[in-house]
Design a protein around this ligand. Structure first.
Ligand SMILES: C[S@@+](CC[C@H](N)C(=O)[O-])C[C@H]1O[C@@H](n2cnc3c(N)ncnc32)[C@H](O)[C@@H]1O
Length: 392
């Protein structure tokens, strides 16, 4: 990052942009730029590289919350097979800077507008193969316009930074924005992605469109989902069968995802008999696609990335957890429940695997364990791991 009197010059990926100097990263900055989101943009370039590689013909992209324009400019410059990029932002200074940045980067197939994202998406209905929604806070007010406008075979990329709602710190805002009750648990970040995904699936369904999630992650202060869109009433009905609820027992940590719009959810935990807490509706289907993630790992060397190790580690963990069951246990939470200190995580993972259970780590939580072992089995294995670590 270089500075002159009034502006900062930022080098990111293959582009160089200018942004007015700001005191701190905030929605109140004259033009919004967050260096922490460079990783998000790098991952977006990887995801769209895989998408455009699999797509027939060149793609048309809408960066509907442009800010400095960096995201859209990077897409135009770093992806192959881009027909055009449309950037829109409500802030006139952002539009001015985005225009300057496009000129300085000498890119021809990008246009900038000062227009509300919803109006742009409605006005250009059917024109975009990719819509990127990267607002301040919740994307909820914009998903419907993307649903109406995205072509079948297209891709939607969505960021949500209202994680305190999606993760259940605040219940009412989540109900208000997403029509779902969040659940504060050790796996609340996964629940958050599933609530957002469920909301998107229901919104798309109104247009007889369904989604397949290609990739999703929760990093720092945000969640991000990449999904492809299909069309057809029958397939949409089938896809909606992935909606359901999560039932969680605070007493013994048992949990289950129960599919269905109005499923029979037990009120008492089948393991310990205590009351269950219920969250949802949420998406119970896959939230990471193994092949797509493998494609992202493959294309990474083509991208000019600063935090390469961090991104490779994230994508490799996501690749492994793609086929894992929903929700995860946190070793520390399980140990607190058992009133013991934690044995080494790797020993627990190994013992689960030797006992024939699925096991993987999760990008959501460094001490998280994804497994199909029931909670009583997991607890036995954790206790055994503890015993053998004391002997050692
Ligand atoms: C989080 S920033 C976008 C950051 C940008 N995508 C990036 O990667 O650097 C959100 C941007 O959306 C703009 N904005 C807010 N409401 C909008 C709306 N309804 N339509 C279009 N732009 C909007 C803001 O001016 C701000 O520049």
């Amino acid at each position: 990052m270089d500075t002159d009197n009034n502006n900062l010059t930022i080098h990111e990926g293959n582009v160089t942009i200018k942004v007015p100097k700001f005191e701190k990263v905030s929605a109140k900055a004259p033009v919004f730029y967050n260096p922490v989101m460079e990783l998000n943009r790098d991952i977006s370039v990887a995801a769209l590289t895989v998408f455009s590689r699999n797509h027939e013909g060149d793609i048309s992209i809408c960066d509907s919350f442009g800010g400095t324009g960096i995201r859209g400019i990077r897409y135009a410059k770093e992806l192959k097979g881009v027909e055009n990029v449309v950037i829109t932002d409500l802030n006139p200074l952002a539009v001015q800077f985005a225009e300057e940045n496009i000129k300085n980067d000498q890119i021809e197939n990008v246009r900038v507008f000062r227009e509300d994202a919803n109006i742009m998406l409605r006005r250009c209905r059917g024109k975009f193969d990719v819509v990127d929604i990267d607002p301040f806070g919740t994307p909820a007010p914009y998903v419907e316009s993307a649903a109406a406008g995205l072509r079948a075979g297209g891709m939607l990329c969505v960021t949500a930074t209202d994680t305190s709602s999606l993760c259940g710190t605040y219940t009412e805002p989540c109900i208000r924005k997403y029509g779902a009750k969040p659940l504060k648990t050790e796996y609340c970040h996964e629940n958050g992605i599933r609530i957002l995904a469920g909301f998107i699936a229901r919104t798309f369904a109104k247009y007889k469109k369904y989604m397949n999630i290609m990739f999703s992650h929760s990093t720092e202060h945000y969640m991000r989902i990449y999904l492809t869109v299909g069309k057809g009433a029958k397939k949409t009905d089938e896809s909606l069968k992935n909606l359901g609820y999560v039932a969680h027992c605070d007493n013994c940590l048992n949990r289950a995802l129960i599919k269905g719009m109005v499923p029979q959810i037990p009120l008492k935990c089948p393991v310990c008999g205590e009351s269950l807490r219920i969250g949802g509706p949420l998406w119970c289907g896959p939230i990471i696609d193994e092949d797509f993630t493998a494609g992202m790992i493959e294309v990474l060397p083509q991208i000019n990335i600063k935090e390469e190790d961090k991104i490779i580690k994230l994508l490799k963990t996501c690749y492994k957890e793609a086929s894992a069951p929903a929700t995860y246990y946190d070793l520390h939470k399980v140990c607190k429940n058992l009133k013991i200190s934690a044995p080494p995580l790797l020993n627990v993972l190994e013992m689960l695997k030797n006992a024939g259970y699925f096991v993987s780590r999760t990008h959501f939580e460094p001490t998280g364990i994804k497994t199909d072992a029931p909670i009583e089995e997991l607890k036995k294995i954790v206790l055994n791991a503890k015993k053998s670590s004391i002997k050692d």
